[in-house]
Write a protein that binds this ligand. Structure first.
Ligand code: NAD
Length: 466
């Protein structure tokens, strides 16, 4: 068994590390495209050369299967590097725009410049992806970065702490190992951007600390992601996609469907289809399936079991506290007001709330904070349009679950309480850049219309030009 050998970073060293990175940024170490490309390749090398170690760490933390570890973490980040390497030249080019007549002759363009030294704070559920994907964007944009993985996924955090110094230019990057105390010390430093992934409570701590230095923040949060299932759907494919997206990583996914909204008269058919898929994917006893994960720790395990004690469990509910196993579970949520319908589940419990008519789903979604993702399964374009127009969410998945995350051409982020700012692909590059405006004029044609002394004649000409 891999041992968690990396100890937390001493508090007194944290300001020194940040100062070292800031000094490297000031002398321009991160500016050249060659340096950025080399660092990006090193992230990929680290993952490729240590794939078995990452797979083991993810298994020890969350019992992720090697396939899941590859799809959602290691391979995900490698393809993010590849996409970035493919497009970085274009992203760094000046973006030319036209110049209005009154400012002619001139050239107008914007230029992406790095922000400086940024802080990346990760969460535990996808402990590789959630620190390395923002790091790739930060590197591509030419920043120095402090990386603070979640201490909760301890094996992965230790592995990252051990490996990163062997691959990255340590004048420009620093991993801080630690929990609340270390993050609190980090937050006292003046960063140029803070990129935080995690829950709402800590997000407020981050934002308050950032306000002290007027540091901009990206907050990648969570919440209750609804899944509306219309009876006009392909039931078999719908059930497969719901089960895949809900029980991957034992439901510990920020964009997993949290609750299903379905017409009363179609609910039992849907529940039956979901049960059949659970058994097809994980067998009669998911506890012995190599593909089914475990809850990260006892705190979260007890929180999830707490829900079941008060609710109407219609499927599953088997558990083993010693191994932190909680089987795929379905709960009939009778009232929209019940506590289970207010809090994010973030575990393998799928809620079903029934409706008289499908249109009622919109009111239920709108009665809660804006979610990170909304899913809709339907073959009816009119209903699809109605849901898209009348709800707000970070992302929408129509007829599939969370696949949109794998498209680097789409921004990923929340809205309202599910977060602010976004990343992935060029959006991530922009998040870690300042888009600087440049207008270049010549000294010719210095028309005096805008200069005092003003006159009615000048004003009449200006009114025609502007
Ligand atoms: P967590 O416990 O790992 O905390 C996140 C980070 O905050 C950690 O690095 C931790 O050390 C730090 N932290 C914790 N308490 C702190 C404090 N008091 N002061 C400063 N820093 C502190 O993760 P979590 O909060 O349990 O994450 C789960 C939440 O994250 C869920 O709501 C989930 O939906 C959301 N999430 C969102 C995304 C996304 O991409 N939008 C991805 C994953 C998780």
């Amino acid at each position: 068994m891999q041992k968690n050998t990396v100890s937390f970073t001493p508090l007194a060293e944290i300001p020194l590390y940040v100062a070292r990175l800031q000094a490297s940024f000031r002398v321009g170490k991160t500016r050249s495209l060659e340096w950025r490309i080399q660092q990006l390749k090193q992230v990929k090398n680290m993952l490729q050369e240590n794939e078995p170690a990452f797979t083991t760490a993810l298994c020890l933390d969350l019992k992720k299967s090697p396939q899941e570890a590859w799809l959602s973490e290691i391979g995900f980040v490698i393809s993010d590097v590849d996409h970035t390497l493919q497009h970085i030249h274009k992203w760094c080019q000046p973006r030319k725009v036209s110049t209005p007549l009154f400012a002619q002759p001139a050239k107008s363009y914007s230029l992406a410049e790095p922000l400086g030294t940024v802080l990346i704070i990760g969460a535990w559920n996808y402990p590789v992806q959630l620190v390395l994907a923002p790091l790739i964007a930060a590197i591509a944009a030419g920043n120095c970065a402090v990386i603070k993985p979640s201490e909760v996924a301890e094996h992965t955090a230790s592995l990252l702490a051990e490996l990163l110094p062997h691959y990255l230019d340590m004048a420009c990057f620093q991993l801080i190992s630690g929990a609340v105390e270390e993050t609190t010390e980090l937050l006292k430093q003046a960063f140029d951007h803070i990129f935080y992934t995690g829950g709402e409570r800590v997000a407020k701590v981050i934002m308050r600390a950032a306000a002290e230095h007027l540091t901009p923040v990206t907050l990648e949060l969570g919440g209750k992601s609804p899944c509306i299932v219309d009876r006009q759907t392909n039931l078999d494919v719908t059930a497969s996609r719901i089960v895949w997206s809900k029980w991957m990583n034992a439901g510990q996914t920020c964009v997993a469907p949290d609750y299903i909204l379905v017409e009363e008269s179609f609910a039992s058919e849907l529940i039956q289809a979901i049960k059949l898929k659970i058994e097809a994917f994980y067998g009669q006893s998911p506890e012995s399936s190599p593909d089914y994960g475990r809850i990260i720790n006892l705190h979260h395990f007890d929180r999830l079991v707490g829900y079941l004690e008060k609710e109407n469990v219609v499927y599953g509910g088997q558990l083993n506290r010693q191994t932190k196993y909680l089987s795929p579970t379905i709960v009939l949520a009778e009232k929209n007001q019940s506590s289970i319908m207010q809090e994010e589940i973030f575990g393998p419990i799928l809620l079903i709330q029934t409706l008289k008519v499908r249109h009622d789903a919109i009111a239920v979604v709108n009665s809660k904070p804006k979610p990170l993702a909304l899913y809709l399964y339907t073959n009816d374009p009119a209903f699809e349009d109605e849901v898209l127009q009348q709800t707000s969410s970070g992302s929408v998945g129509i007829n599939d679950g969370m696949l949109f995350m794998a498209n680097p051409n789409l921004p990923f982020g929340g809205v309202g309480k599910s977060g602010m700012g976004c990343y992935h692909g060029q959006t991530g590059f922009n998040t870690f850049s300042h888009i600087k405006t440049v207008m270049k004029r010549k000294f010719l044609f210095d028309v005096a219309l805008r200069y005092p002394p003003f006159s009615r004649f000048k004003l009449s000409i200006l009114k025609k030009l502007l």
